[in-house]
Structure formats: C-alpha cells, structure tokens
Design a protein around this ligand. Structure first.
Ligand code: FAD
Length: 404
C-alpha cells in the first residue's frame, strides 16, 4: 500500500547530481535563483543546476533590510534599478506567492548643505529618467513621520530630504523561495549543501565544476555568490577589485505600527523601516575592517541604538531582539560587476555590496539574457568588469553607500 503525499511546497530534493548541465549557477541566493527562473521561463533553458553550499536564501538575501528603491545617481544605475522596482511590483502575482511587497516612500535625510546638494542632483537625474524623486523640507519629513525629532537632539538638525515615493520593502526569504519554486517547477535542479570547490578551465574556456558531491561537466557557469566572490574568481584566475566587509543589522521587539515610511540618514549612519510583524528593521554603514565573517558585535548595537535615539528618543526602553551580519562584496565605485568575463563561459554577477537585494529581479532578467545569448544585456553594459581597466567607472557612491 503506497501512500500519496502532497507535492513539495517549495522545491524538490534530488539525491544526486547529473553528470552534465547546460548551465551551472553557483549560489542559491536571490540572484542565482532569479537567473535560473528566467533562464527556464524566458529562454526554455531548464537543464540547469543551482548549487548552494548552505541553504537557499541563507546568504545576504536572508540577511538584508529589504529596502527597494531606484533613486540612484548615475543614469545607468537609475534605469537599471527602475526596471527592478517595476518587476518587484508584480512579483507576488508572477509567483502566486505573497512576498509582502509594501510601498512606503523613502526619505534620505540631509543634515548638511553638501548632502542637500547631492540630493538635488539625484532628484534631477531621477526626474529626467521618469523616476519619482524630489527634495523636500524638514516640515514634510515631520508630516510623514510625526514622532521624529527633527533637531536630532540638537546634534544634527534635519535640513531636508530626498523623497522617493516608490521606495518599498518586501519579505526577503519569500523572494528567494518564489524564484526557487518557480525555477524548480520548470525543471531546474536546486542542490542545497553542495559546495563548489573548483572550476575546470581549459584553453580559456569553462569545462566543468568540482563540487563537494562530485564533478559536473558544463560549458556555462554563472557565479552569484556575493560575499564569497573572491574565492570563486580565484578558482578561475580572475582578478577583480572586490573587497569584502561585514555589514550588520538588527531588529527590535515587535511594536504596534507607527512608522509608515523608510528613513535613511547617511550622516547618522542609520536606516530604519517597520516590518509587517511590527519589528523595527535597522542597519548602519559597513564595518570599517575588511574581513570575511558573519559575526555581529556589541559595538554595532550600541552605536546604532544611540543614533536611533537621536531620531526617536521615545524608543529608549524598546528591546533589541536580534542582530546579525552579512558579507558585503564592495567595489571601488559602488556599482556592481556583471556580465561576461575574459574566461569563456564564466559569467559574473557580483559587487552587490550593501545594495543588491533591490536588484534581484533585474539581475535575474539581465543575467539570464547574458548567459542564454552569450552577450551582455544592454542594461548591464555600464557594469562590466573591464571598466576598471579602462578607468571608466560608474560612480554610485553618492547614492549607494549607507542608503542601500
Ligand atoms: P547571497 O544571497 O549572499 O547568495 C549567495 C549564495 O552563494 C549564498 O547563499 C552562499 O551560501 C552561496 N555560496 C557561496 N560560496 C559558494 C560555493 N563555493 N558553492 C556554493 N554556494 C556558495 N540590499 C538592498 O537592496 N537593500 C537593503 O536594504 C540591503 N540591506 C542589507 C543589509 C545587510 C545587513 C546586508 C548584509 C546586505 C544588505 N543588502 C541590501 C545587500 C543584499 O543583501 C545583497 O546584495 C544581495 O542579497 C545579494 O544577493 P545574492 O543572491 O547575490 O547573494
């Protein structure tokens, strides 16, 4: 008598790896899974393996503070992230899975004249490309968020802000699961606890991948491993300017809903939103040292809590429930590195630092195109690895650093 059990809710588990795949994707974060999803859905390429050394979404995808926006500084950045916001807006329907996408409006606070200057610049670039952004005065910030202390305890009065109406948050795990489930349904294999240990390159072209569960032959490898990028690029002898710093975050105990918007302050090194569960989700800037570690520190909690109290003194008795860290793969110009590389069949989706969650859908779209056609998608041309050798950087620091 054999019992009939329901289909797996998310994705199948495979006992063994195939000997060969058309495409191997290293990294089961949002970017790797989104690329697999669109490869299968848009190009019919389903003989694909996603190899994840831990569990899906266990990297930066499940550790980020989920801020989604497109108010960047360079025209290339704005066009790219705008496409991602548009994809995000329909993702729950696309997946038939609720990703709790919530448009909240996003304020980047200015406490100095120079910060205001950069915001005016960003607002103009954004408007030019049809993205809603405007500079507003402190009274507008107070109107949108009445509990805020606009003087920040007298330390750093708010002079104005860049307001970006489409700014949103979403449930990060659900984004990974939605892409994973959709890819699996179309025939892609997801292999958790499968680590890539080496990449076989012969005559300048990819031949296969050595994993903790055996060898796979393949002619196309997409590397989407965020903070582990230098380890993988080393396997193919590729040099990139990526350096890795920890980035930490924390949440409070759940509170009744009181914070409707997303607030970011570059000067105070703090950003905050309130999740659907009521927790305040908070982060700061990068840890100042280069290290590949996901340990969180007391120093971080103390510093961030002090700055939160500058903005919201009434939170002084609220408890912090959890803190954690991810590994941010930073680039010198704060723009990603995407596309083809000098090694034939080796594609890179990296340099996502502190800002890559919002790019998950557009990365999937553009990287699947690039892998399927062996040609860089037009939206990612400004992000090629060769820009560093050509001194042709895509300077996003004014919009990408603490603002995420
Ligand atoms: P990941 O989700 O890190 O996935 C990579 C996967 O590769 C991991 O699961 C890892 O286990 C796997 N892997 C590594 N090496 C191997 C190997 N050898 N073999 C097999 N698998 C391997 N971005 C925003 O847009 N908004 C934000 O508000 C925001 N806040 C952030 C806050 C924090 C605290 C952090 C850490 C990041 C934040 N980010 C934010 C950045 C964002 O999280 C990342 O850029 C994004 O999630 C990267 O996704 P990914 O799929 O490329 O990488």
């Amino acid at each position: 008598l054999s019992k009939k059990y329901p289909e797996p809710r998310m994705f199948r588990v495979h006992d063994r790896l195939r000997k060969t795949y058309d495409v191997v994707i290293i990294g089961g974060g949002g970017h790797g899974l989104a690329s697999a999803y669109y490869l299968a859905r848009d190009y019919g390429i389903t003989n694909v393996a996603v190899l994840e050394k831990g569990y899906i979404g266990g990297g930066n995808t499940g550790r980020n503070t989920t801020i989604i926006r497109s108010n960047y500084l360079t025209p290339e950045g704005v066009a790219f992230y705008d496409q991602s916001v548009k994809l995000f807006e329909d993702l729950s329907q696309d997946f038939d899975l609720n990703i709790f996408y919530s448009t909240r409006g996003h304020f980047t606070l200015a406490h100095t004249d120079s910060a205001l200057r950069t915001m005016r610049w960003r607002a103009e670039v954004n408007k030019h490309l049809g993205v809603e952004s405007e500079v507003v005065g402190p009274e507008e910030v107070k109107k949108a968020c009445p509990p805020i202390d606009i003087t920040c305890g007298g330390h750093a009065p708010i002079l104005g802000a860049l307001y970006h109406a489409p700014g949103a948050v979403a449930r990060h795990d659900a984004v990974a699961w939605g892409y994973g489930r959709g890819a699996d349904k179309r025939g892609v294999e997801i292999h958790q606890r499968t680590e890539v240990l080496g990449i076989d390159v012969e005559g300048g072209r990819v031949k296969g991948v050595q994993t903790s569960r055996g060898y796979i032959s393949t002619r196309k490898v997409l590397c989407a491993v965020a903070g582990s990028t230098p380890r993988i690029t080393q396997m193919v002898g590729l040099r990139t300017p990526i350096y890795v710093h920890p980035l930490q975050a924390m949440v409070t105990e759940p509170l009744k809903p009181w914070l409707d918007t997303i607030l970011v302050s570059g000067s105070l090194h703090v950003y905050v939103s309130q999740s659907d569960r009521g927790e305040l989700v908070m982060g700061a800037s990068l840890d100042p040292y280069e290290v590949q570690s996901t340990r969180s520190t007391l120093d971080f909690v103390e510093g961030l809590a002090a700055h939160m109290l500058d903005l919201f003194p009434f939170l002084s008795n609220v408890k912090v429930n959890r803190q954690w860290a991810g590994m941010a793969d930073m680039t010198p110009d704060f723009a990603p590195i995407m596309g083809k590389t000098p090694i034939e069949g080796f594609y890179l989706d990296a340099g996502w630092g502190t800002w890559g969650f919002k790019a998950t859908p557009v990365c999937g779209k553009t990287m699947s195109y690039t892998v399927a056609n062996d040609q860089d998608h037009e939206l990612i041309r400004a992000f090629s690895l060769s820009r560093f050798a050509e001194f042709n950087l895509t300077g996003e620091k004014g919009a990408a650093s603490v603002g995420h």
